[in-house]
Ligand binder design. Sequence first.
Ligand code: SAH
Ligand code: SF4
Length: 334
Amino acid sequence: MNLENLEKILKKEPSYRQKQIQQAVFKQFISEWDEMTNIPNNLKEELKKDCLLEIEGEIFPSADGKTFKALLSFSDGAKIETVLMRNKDNRNSLCVSSQVGCAGGCAFCATGKMGFNRNLTSEEIISQFLFFARYLKKNFGDQEKITNVIFMGMGEPFLNYDQVMTAVQILNKEEFIGLGARNISISTVGIIVGIKKFTEEKEQINLAISLHAPNDELRSKLIPTNKENKIKELLGVVDEYIVKKSRKVMFEYLLIENVNDSARHAKELAGLMKKPLYMVNLIKYNTTGDFRASSENRVNKFKKILKKEGVNVTVRKSFGSDINAGCGQLANKN
Ligand code: SAH
Ligand code: SF4
């Protein structure tokens, strides 16, 4: 949907009309302008012509019916994936993509392997939300809403900073989608300039850092961007963020067998992570080819060491790996 055109069209209209239309698109999630019965026909025709509501996508549900992956296609043929996770406690979390592919090139990540194609626009990011909001409404009823949005799909959000932040505002602002800032999270591979900018934003969005290794030598091997964003400086800017925002920061740590999951790695990690507002989230590696996931036994040992050292640590449940919708498995074959 072309938001700029929508804005242009709405500018000519009285403010109650703007509200009606924003309400219909961003709160009632209409998929066709004909669903609106309270606007004049000439306006409807104009909207149909210059502001297409249609979003092209195909849905793949997981076997347990809890995870849905959508492959969306944009006008230039670019395709991206978006994943909806339905939790028991009435939460529906949406994992959105910020880029087509990614320049990050992380060794364990399927998106990284496909390389970088282009940035997504804020509209394309929002269309991922609207696509699944409409799907939930149609298939599960009016009460079913997306409650959380996480930027953990394809791409590095802080390498597409402005479009991502514009999308965050549309998600957050009451006249648009009106999702609470605390229900929006951004995961970054640790782009220092991005974190600095993010620290100055007024919205209280959650921040997650993909750490995955406790020292620069190993981290640079797994995550090429570490060479320009070393751990010490990275944690330095994270600490500034915490001072300014008084918010927790989540550090994601993927456990890969015999690569980063030994007792020595756990102790080294504990040395970095023993701070009150640091949270460590251990993630099961989803197979993308080259590595193996750590055994449950090794995951438990790793967790135990961190706990004993006084680190705040949790283990993440994984979703949707049977449809390649787990973290790091997102890559379209086209
Ligand atoms: N580029 C951002 C956000 C997208 S990746 C980032 O790197 O943080 C989202 C998360 O999935 C990151 O924590 C990433 O490290 C993780 N991930 C990548 N490949 C994975 C894999 N094969 N298994 C599990 N998690 C993976
Ligand atoms: Fe890009 Fe994140 Fe994948 Fe690394 S883990 S290649 S930064 S999407």
